[in-house]
Ligand binder design. Structure first.
Ligand code: ADP
Length: 264
C-alpha cells in the first residue's frame, strides 16, 4: 500500500515537471490494525465482567433485595468478577512494562533452583485444594542472570496453567536440567520444564497460545479466572532474557512447557 504525493515543480523554460513521492504505508497500517484489534479485545474483556457486575447489582436492587442467601451469593460473584478485572489490568500493566524494557537486559544473579522451590511453596496450598500434587527434582543450584520478579512470574504462570488445565486429581512435575551447549543459544543453559497430566491441547492451537487473549476454550479459561495473557507475558519475559520457549502437547496425555535460559 503506497501513498503518492504529486507536486508540480516550477521550471523557468516553460516545460512542466512534477515530483512524485511514494510512501510505503503497509507497515504503519498493519501496526494500526494490530492496535485496533488490541483495544477491541481489551474493551471486550473488561466489558464482560462489568456487564455481569451490572446484572448482579440490578438483581440485588430488585428480586434479591430481601433474600439474604441470594445477596451473599451475588456479592461473592461480584467479588469474583472484580478480582478477574483486577488480574486483567495487572497483566496488561505487566505486558506494557515488558514492552518498554525490551531493549534493557536484566542484570540480577539468580539461583533458579531456589526460585522455583520458593514459587512452588507459594502455590502448593492452592494446588492441594485442587487435588494437584507438585513435584520438583531440584539441582543444588542453577545460576542465571535475570529479573527475579519476572522469573517468578514465568514459573508461577506455567504452574498455574498446569493446575488449571491439568487433571484433577493430577500431578504437575517440574525439572531443571543443565545443558552444556544449547545449540541455538550457543552456550551453557538451564532447561526448565513444567508438565501436567491433563487432557492436552489440540495441535492446531499450540502455535497460537502465546498470542494475547488466545484461548483454546474461552469458557473454561474464564471460569478458571484466566485473562488469556499469561503465556503472552511468559513469551515476552523469555525473550527479554534471551531465552527460548517451547510448548508441546499430546492430546489425552498432557502438556509440557520448556523454558531455556542462558546459564550465567
Ligand atoms: P489463560 O489466562 O486463559 O490461562 P494463557 O495465556 O495462560 O491464558 O493460556 C492460553 C490458553 O492456553 C489457555 O486459555 C488454555 O486454553 C491453554 N493452556 C495453557 N496452558 C495449558 C495446559 N497446561 N494444558 C492445556 N491447555 C493449556
Amino acid at each position: 500500500l503506497f501513498e503518492v504525493t504529486v507536486s508540480p515543480i516550477p521550471v523557468p523554460d516553460g516545460r512542466r515537471q512534477v515530483l512524485l513521492v511514494f510512501r510505503d504505508l503497509s507497515e504503519a497500517r498493519a501496526g494500526e490494525s494490530m492496535r485496533r484489534d488490541f483495544v477491541g479485545n481489551v474493551s471486550h474483556e473488561l466489558k464482560t465482567p462489568l456487564t455481569a457486575i451490572m446484572g448482579f447489582i440490578e438483581t440485588l436492587q430488585g428480586p434479591a433485595r430481601d433474600d439474604p442467601k441470594g445477596r451473599d451469593r451475588f456479592l461473592a460473584l461480584m467479588a469474583q468478577e472484580t478480582a478477574r478485572m483486577n488480574r486483567l489490568v495487572s497483566d496488561l500493566l505487566s505486558l506494557s512494562r515488558l514492552e518498554g524494557q525490551s531493549r534493557k537486559r536484566p542484570t540480577d544473579r539468580i539461583d533458579m533452583a531456589a526460585l522455583v522451590s520458593e514459587t512452588i511453596g507459594m502455590l502448593r496450598p492452592g494446588a492441594e485444594a485442587d487435588a494437584v500434587e507438585i513435584r520438583f527434582d531440584a539441582p543444588a543450584s542453577a545460576q542465571v542472570i535475570g529479573d527475579r520478579d519476572q522469573l517468578v512470574q514465568i514459573v508461577s504462570n506455567l504452574i498455574e496453567n498446569a493446575i488449571k488445565y491439568g487433571a484433577h486429581p493430577g500431578i504437575v512435575s517440574l525439572s531443571l536440567l543443565h545443558i552444556d551447549r544449547e545449540p541455538v543459544l550457543r552456550g551453557p543453559a538451564w532447561r526448565l520444564t513444567v508438565s501436567d497430566t491433563g487432557p492436552g491441547i489440540p495441535p492446531e492451537h499450540v502455535p497460537r497460545l502465546t498470542e494475547r487473549f488466545y484461548r483454546v476454550d474461552t469458557g473454561r479459561s474464564r471460569t478458571q479466572g484466566g485473562t488469556g495473557l499469561g503465556l503472552a507475558i511468559v513469551k515476552h519475559i523469555v525473550n527479554r532474557h534471551r531465552g527460548r520457549l517451547r510448548i508441546e502437547s499430546v492430546e489425552g496425555q498432557g502438556t509440557e512447557v520448556t523454558v531455556i535460559l542462558p546459564a550465567s
